[in-house]
Design a binder for this molecule. Structure first.
Ligand SMILES: [Zn+2]
Length: 452
């Protein structure tokens, strides 16, 4: 049993002081506000529940910054994807693990304490399965073990190159499985996370363009209670191609043809008509927003105000990992809506409510639901995942309560993160991951070789 005492903590029913928490096996056993400090380890600062990161491709951290030079014609998501396909062509299993560990370390330093890794890089550079088909899933699990990151591993089913069952392209050779080899991959992934505390394995059809209706049905059939994540409606071209193929927009098609419910996370869902907004909200699925990546890729702006006014659930993900910061994702979401609607404090629910707090609370709930784990609250029965902010920082010292969260999200960002606990263990101290030097050195060596 580990016994901490937190100076300030955001509990499900609000702010509390001198909060004792008892931790057993990584899970909070009891919470005692206004506790005496005797026999407890003091954690100075402002403790928030750690935010879940509901969507990432960790390997893409290695190509951050490599696609920011203007090309000959109309740069877009699709030209960025060509750079990405070239980058991943040469990655070895050791590279994948080194990059994943570096990205997870930055996530922990950036306020994320759990990750849903949407993992689609499966095979060797020639497109052949490794001797263990789940070799690279094992490397993701190893990076989570090394960094302490809480993991929901989502092995991705990718079978087609476009709508209507188009054959995959050469650039997609490392992703491709059929329904039968995908089942073996899932088995392997489940073995890879054994021993990784509280990990979950979910199911992830890559997108409607990467599956057929039949294969989609087959891969989601055995999901049970596991999370199901899918990329959807990120790009206008994807909407047009889906309309040409089926006569329906992607989200409308999915809602009509798949059992979308609270297990599901619809990644991006950028391009929606009013019926689709209502359809996702009433399905109780989570919209998996990746505001920084969506801005970087020029995807478009999510229908945030309308969706949240209908009670829609959301969480945030770092996706391409071009910038890794939990508060910056929330800020970018709100700013996208301010630019769209030419207004301020668009996503707060009512007069007098803090926008930062409102975003943070809902991203905690949506993220926890999408990851399929008991996380996202400082409460008995939840994992002891905490992000502790430096209360002496000038942006925090003179304010209190929800203003702390506004300053964290809109002003100071991840620079005010002091200590981060995952499952009751401190993995970040003084803003730095406890294994930072080794993880950074290995990443630097891998990148020097990859880019040489
Ligand atoms: Zn993605």
């Amino acid at each position: 049993m580990r016994r901490l005492i937190l100076d300030h903590a955001l509990l499900p029913d609000g702010w509390a002081e001198h909060v004792g928490i008892d931790i057993e096996g990584g899970t909070i056993a009891a919470v005692h506000p206004n506790s005496a400090s005797e026999g407890r380890e003091r954690v100075a600062g402002i403790a928030l529940p750690g935010l879940p990161n509901l969507h990432s491709h960790t390997f893409q951290r290695g190509m951050a910054g490599l696609a920011e030079t203007r090309g000959p014609v109309g740069d877009s998501f699709w030209t960025w994807r060509q750079v990405m396909y070239r980058f991943l062509g040469s990655l070895t299993p050791d590279d994948v693990e080194a990059i994943a560990a570096f990205a997870m370390m930055e996530m922990l330093e950036g306020g994320f304490t759990a990750l849903a890794e949407f993992h689609y890089l499966h095979h060797d550079a020639d497109g052949r399965p490794y001797a263990d088909i789940a070799e690279l899933s094992g490397r993701i699990a190893a990076a989570a073990r090394e960094t302490g990151m809480g993991l929901t591993l989502l092995p991705v089913f990718y079978a087609q190159g476009g709508f209507g069952g188009a054959a995959p392209t050469e650039g997609q050779r490392r992703f491709v499985n059929d329904v039968e080899s995908y089942a073996r991959l899932l088995d392997g992934a489940r073995k890879a996370v054994v021993g990784l505390d509280d990990a979950v394995v979910g199911i992830a059809p890559h997108s409607l363009r990467a599956v057929t209706p039949e294969s989609l049905r087959e891969v989601i059939a055995p999901a049970g209670e596991a999370p199901v994540h899918i990329h959807i409606a990120e790009q206008v071209k994807e909407v047009e191609d889906c309309l040409a193929w089926s006569g329906q927009r992607p989200v409308a098609w999915l809602l009509d043809h798949a059992p979308v419910d609270r297990r599901w996370c619809l990644i991006h869902a950028t391009h929606l008509d009013a019926q689709e907004v209502e359809g996702i909200a009433s399905s109780h699925a989570v919209a998996g927003l990746c505001p920084i990546t969506e801005a970087n890729l020029g995807d478009g702006i999510f229908e945030g105000a309308d969706y949240l006014s209908r009670g829609g659930r959301f969480g945030v993900g770092s996706d391409s990992n071009i910038e890794i910061s939990a508060p910056a994702e929330l800020k970018q979401f709100e700013y996208s809506q301010r630019l769209k609607h030419r207004a301020r404090n668009v996503l707060a629910e009512h007069e007098g409510q803090s926008t930062g707090r409102s975003l943070y609370d809902r991203a905690l709930a949506g993220g926890a639901q999408a990851l399929g784990r008991r996380i996202g609250a400082i409460a008995a029965g939840h994992r002891a995942d905490l992000v502790v902010l430096d209360a002496a920082h000038p942006d925090l010292a003179a304010v209190s309560g929800d203003r702390w969260v506004d300053s964290y999200v809109f002003v100071a960002g991840k620079a005010v993160i002091d200590t981060v606990f995952v499952a009751g263990e401190a993995v970040v101290r003084n803003g730095r991951h406890v294994n930072r030097e080794a993880i950074r050195a290995r990443y630097s060596r891998a990148m020097a070789r990859i880019l040489s």
